[in-house]
Design a protein around this ligand. Structure first.
Ligand code: COA
Length: 386
C-alpha cells in the first residue's frame, strides 16, 4: 500500500529521449533543443521531424517530409459522408476521436504491427505517422464547415501546414501573420514528455494496437478539462469574468469553494510554464499587429494571472500552456470548442514519436493495483436475494 502514489506522481513509467522538463527552472526542450529556440526558428513541420527522428533535419530531408505531409492532406469522401451523419452540436474533440478511429477502416492496411521489431517496420511507422499528422488538420477543419451545414473547403498543397489549416478553417487566403502565430502554437504544443494523453498513446501502442486507434485513445484523453480541454475553459472563464476589474472577486469566489482557475497549475512545473511565457508575448505581438488594440480577453487574463498568482504561488501554481493559447485563437476568429482540437493536431507529432519509441523497445503496460474490495463472498442465487 505504501508504494501506491495517486496519479502516479513522480513515478517513472517509461524511459524516453524525446523531451525534457525542468519544472523548477521552467525549462522545456525537445530532443535537447530549448523550446524558445524552436519557437523562434523552426516550423511545425521541422519540429515534428525533429521529434520523430531525434535530430534537426537537413533542408532536403525537411523538404521531403513537408512534401509527404502536403500530398497526404486529402481524405476519402466517404469520411466526409460519415462526418455529415454526426450530430452538428457534438463536441469537435468527440468528432475528431471518432474520425481518427475510423481512418483505419477507410484505409485498409493500416491495421497495425504484428511484431515488436520496429527496425523492420520503420517504413510502416513513418508512413502512418505522416498520414496521421497530415490528416488531423484536415479533419478538424472539415468539421468546422460540416457542422455548419456546408461542404468542407478542399485542402491545398501550395501552403504550409499552418497556412493550409487556417485556409481550410475559413475558406479565405490565410493572413501570413496569423499563419506564423498558428505555426508557433503548433510548435509549442507538439510534445510534453509523458503527460496523460501521451501515456494513453503509450499504453495503447504497447498492445500493438493500430496507429489510428492509438491516436484516438490519446485524443479522448486530451479532451478532458484537466488536460488539453483546459484551453476552451480558460476563454469561457475569461468571458464569464467579463472585465479585468471583476477578476479579483471572481478568483476569490472560485478559491473559496476550492474550484479551479483554468489554465493554472501543472504537475511538472513549479514556476510559470515556459510555453505560457512565449504565448503571452505572441498575444502582445498580435495586439500590435492589430493596431495596438489589446483584446479585453487578454487584459482580463493578465489580471487573473496577477491575482491568482498572488493567491496560489505558494503552492507552485502559475499559468500553464492553456492560459494564453485560447486568447490567441479567439483573436484569430476560431471558435472556443475547436481550441483543444488544435492542441490535438499539434500533439499528435509527440504522440507518434512516443509510439515509435515505445515500439522500438516494447513491453505491454500492465501495472498492478491495490485491491480494496471484499473477498470470499458467498454467492446467493437471484431468487434467494432479499
Ligand atoms: N486552481 C486552483 N488551485 C489549484 C489549481 C488551479 N488551477 N491547480 C492546482 N491547485 C491547487 C490544488 O487545489 C492543490 O491545493 P491543496 O494542496 O491546498 O489541496 C494544489 O494546488 C496542488 O494541486 P493538485 O491538484 O494536487 O495538482 P496536480 O498535479 O494533481 O494537478 C493540474 C495538476 C494541472 C490537473 C491542476 O493544476 C489543475 O487542475 N489545473 C487546472 C486545469 C488546467 O489548466 N489543466 C491544464 C494543464 S496543462
Amino acid at each position: 500500500m505504501s508504494d501506491y502514489l495517486p496519479g502516479l506522481e513522480g513515478v517513472p513509467a517509461t524511459k524516453s529521449n524525446i523531451s525534457f522538463i525542468d519544472g523548477e527552472r521552467g525549462v522545456l526542450a525537445y530532443r535537447g533543443y530549448p523550446i524558445e529556440s524552436l519557437a523562434e526558428h523552426s516550423t511545425f513541420e521541422e519540429t515534428a521531424l525533429l521529434l520523430l527522428d531525434g535530430r534537426l533535419p537537413t533542408a532536403q530531408e525537411l523538404a521531403q517530409f513537408d512534401d509527404q505531409l502536403r500530398t497526404n492532406r486529402r481524405v476519402k469522401y466517404n469520411i466526409r459522408e460519415m462526418m455529415k451523419s454526426l450530430p452538428p452540436d457534438g463536441h469537435p474533440m468527440e468528432m475528431l476521436q471518432t474520425a481518427v478511429a475510423s481512418l483505419g477502416m477507410f484505409y485498409p492496411g493500416t491495421e497495425g504491427l504484428t511484431g515488436s521489431d520496429v527496425g523492420r517496420n520503420l517504413d510502416y511507422v513513418h508512413s502512418m505517422t505522416v498520414k496521421i499528422i497530415a490528416r488531423m488538420a484536415t479533419l478538424v477543419a472539415m468539421w468546422e464547415h460540416i457542422r455548419n451545414g456546408y461542404d468542407p473547403v478542399p485542402s491545398r498543397t501550395d501552403l504550409t501546414y499552418a497556412e493550409n489549416f487556417l485556409y481550410m478553417m475559413s475558406g479565405k487566403e490565410p493572413d501570413p501573420f496569423h499563419a506564423s502565430i498558428m505555426d508557433t502554437c503548433l510548435v509549442l504544443h507538439a510534445e510534453h514528455t509523458i503527460n496523460a494523453s501521451t501515456f494513453a498513446a503509450l499504453v495503447a501502442g504497447s498492445t500493438l494496437a493500430a496507429p489510428n486507434g492509438v491516436i484516438a485513445s490519446a485524443i479522448g484523453t486530451l479532451s478532458g478539462p484537466l488536460h488539453g480541454g483546459a484551453n476552451q475553459r480558460v476563454v469561457e472563464m475569461l468571458q464569464e469574468i467579463g472585465a479585468p476589474e471583476h477578476a479579483k472577486a471572481w478568483v476569490d469566489k472560485q478559491l473559496a469553494v476550492k474550484a479551479k482557475i483554468w489554465g493554472m497549475g501543472h504537475r511538472e512545473y513549479k514556476v510559470k510554464d515556459p510555453r505560457a511565457v512565449i504565448l503571452q508575448k505572441l498575444v502582445e505581438k498580435l495586439a500590435v499587429y492589430k493596431g495596438g488594440n489589446v483584446s479585453p480577453l487578454f487584459e482580463t487574463a493578465l489580471k487573473v494571472e496577477e491575482v491568482a498568482t498572488e493567491r496560489l504561488a505558494s503552492k507552485g501554481v502559475y499559468p500553464n500552456v492553456d492560459f494564453y493559447s485560447g486568447v490567441l485563437y479567439a483573436e484569430m476568429g476560431i471558435p472556443a470548442d475547436q481550441f483543444t482540437s488544435i492542441f490535438a493536431i499539434s500533439r499528435c507529432a509527440g504522440w507518434l514519436a512516443h509510439w515509435r519509441e515505445q515500439l522500438a523497445d516494447n513491453r505491454i503496460f500492465r501495472p498492478t493495483q491495490v485491491y480494496t474490495g471484499e473477498k470470499d463472498r458467498e454467492y446467493v442465487l437471484l431468487g434467494a436475494r432479499g
